[in-house]
Ligand binder design. Sequence first.
Ligand code: UGA
Length: 443
Amino acid sequence: MKLCIIGTGYIGLVGATVFSDWGNEVIGVDVDKKKIERIQAGDMPIYEPGLSELVLKNVENKHLRFTTDLEDGVRNSEIIFICVGTPQDHDGSANLSYVYAAAKEIATHINDYKVIVVKSTVPVGTNEQVKRIISENIKKGIEFDVVSNPEFLREGSSVEDMMNTDRTVLGSDSKRALEKMKALYQHLNSPIVECDLRSAELIKYASNSFLATKITFINEISQLCEKTGADVSMVAKGMGLDKRIGPRFLNAGLGYGGSCFPKDVSALYKTSMDYGYHFKILDSVISANEAQKNAYIYKIVHMYGENLTGKTFACLGLSFKDNTDDVRESVAIKVIRALRGMGAKINAYDPKALETGKKELGDSSIEYFTSPYKAVMGVDAICILTEWQEFGSLDLDMVRKSVRWPVIFDGRNKVDSFEALKNGFAYYGIGRKSTSDTTPGVQ
Ligand code: UGA
């Protein structure tokens, strides 16, 4: 099939690439000339495991090409995907200006029947607006249909997720468009949910908000574990074995971040309010997520006081989660800002997000390191802020010999607390017992 993907961000670039790998002829379009030139040169604008190899392969076999020319993309495709960003507006709602601008421009170039698919995460009613905008701007007599096809990819595993999706959601009132879309996804073995436009839109927000709620629930349990002496990892294990609950997204930590959960939970809350319904759980999720991060910072303040001048912290992790260089709405970045705000010096390390993190945080009171072992030299404490796998296998004996004070604030429960104790560290995890009461300076 001939496809056009508008927007080469996380969703668009991965979508275009995987669709082309399935044998379709795909044109990726973006207004950002520099970005298109980078991709064409094989230099990916984002870090996503497996992506660059797949782009190169499919560009080489001519299944995939990139352009800034939207007309070229629209005219030479049967299905056009809108994958542009829907950033959060100041009132918590999703900013739809890029989606609507794309719809208007697509309409002016349509020359025969096309299916226009909205993949961007958009609130209830947006696809109907897209339909209206296209009808108002298309040449008379030319037919089109709109399909809502939200994506469920996680950054860091999005190529894998798209190839092995749990389900495909197709919202439309057109049988013709649905048949075309089903043909596109035919070789996936997962169920297809066919529904109306509004239900499809809501499925996406409900799914992200439910997952954010699940994380927040275990985070609140972690607070209770700290008070009662229970261990949140054990509680999560015991809960997760119940098939009705499931083990995934039960990792307690610093609270959810990223470009999706915070924005989508707020947008769903705002939509509910707009429709006159107070979505009580989401209200609590938003404030409990903020409190989770603050509780972690409080542990540090409890030990060192509010004036951190003269103290250096090794902050391991900058990205909002592992396997990505994305630092948007990263809790790690927020914690670093808070520590720096109290006068601390930061030694920062991240396996992939050093460049993006530096862009966000700048140079003031921060030094960036390309190895965790260099970042921990002479520090007063180690803060583990992102769930990168490698933080679970640090050589603690070696680390112990480098630090000034052997203290670990493990915001992601990556380190084995008994190993930490064995190696002479005071260890403070999330929802688990601290393994020492060592106070820096009073060893
Ligand atoms: C999320 C959803 O998981 C995807 O299904 C969805 O397609 C995507 O948003 C989107 O709307 O585009 P993503 O934000 O990439 O994906 O990453 P997640 O793996 O969901 O992690 C989100 C945040 O939750 C991260 O900050 C992560 O550290 C945190 N998290 C995740 C936890 O604190 N505990 C967990 O158990 C899982």
